[in-house]
Design a protein around this ligand. Structure first.
Ligand code: ZN
Length: 191
């Protein structure tokens, strides 16, 4: 069964992933947590409140490594699933639609900071048995946030960062900030 946990940054996605994995670990199932090799700073997955879980770092396109870990475990979690290539999507689709008894829990961003669907997440959400969409709180007006707004100028879709680079905003506040950002950059051009 494929479960997807998605939403923006600061919504508690990783906490939810670890909570689900921990339940299976208590039941003595073989549990693995996989993350892409984009962020190699640590082999542990850490939540904002300091919870930790050992993880295995795998190449974004390394199907053989993914298959090996899946074979050896009953419950497999994927953190930052938006960074994996189509290989992971195709593999999970094959396994899921073969009627496997394994449980896959894919956790990742639904959209990038421009509001575009992120990587394989839309496809995973489509084939999943269960999708949970979580929201942070808008830092400007406190309604549920929709987007992880980039407070720095970024040129590529993938820019790994935290609170220093992104903030959670609702669409309305994001549109206001975007306008401000544009005005600022226009001003700096005319100077
Ligand atoms: Zn807002």
């Amino acid at each position: 069964m494929l479960e997807v946990i998605t939403g923006g940054m600061f919504a508690g996605k990783t906490e939810e992933l670890l909570r689900r994995l921990e339940r299976h670990r208590i039941a003595r199932r073989r549990v693995a947590l996989i993350k892409p090799d984009l962020d190699t700073r640590t082999t542990k997955v850490r939540t904002h409140n300091g919870k930790e879980f050992d993880s295995i770092t795998v190449g974004r396109k390394d199907r053989a490594a993914l298959e090996e870990i899946i074979n050896e475990n009953d419950v497999i979690g994927f953190d930052e699933a938006e960074f994996f290539s189509d290989e992971l999507y195709r593999l999970l689709k094959e396994l899921e639609q073969s009627g496997t008894e394994k449980i896959f829990i894919a956790c990742g961003l639904d959209m990038d900071s421009e509001g575009e669907p992120f990587g394989i997440m839309p496809a995973l959400m489509a084939i999943a048995s269960d999708v949970t969409k979580l929201h942070a709180v808008c830092e400007n007006c406190f309604v549920p946030a929709n987007i992880s707004f980039s407070v720095v100028d970024k040129k590529e879709q993938i820019l790994v960062g935290g609170k220093d680079m992104y903030k959670a905003l609702c669409w309305r506040c994001a549109a206001i900030e975007k306008r401000k950002k544009k005005e600022q950059s226009e001003q700096s051009f005319t100077v």
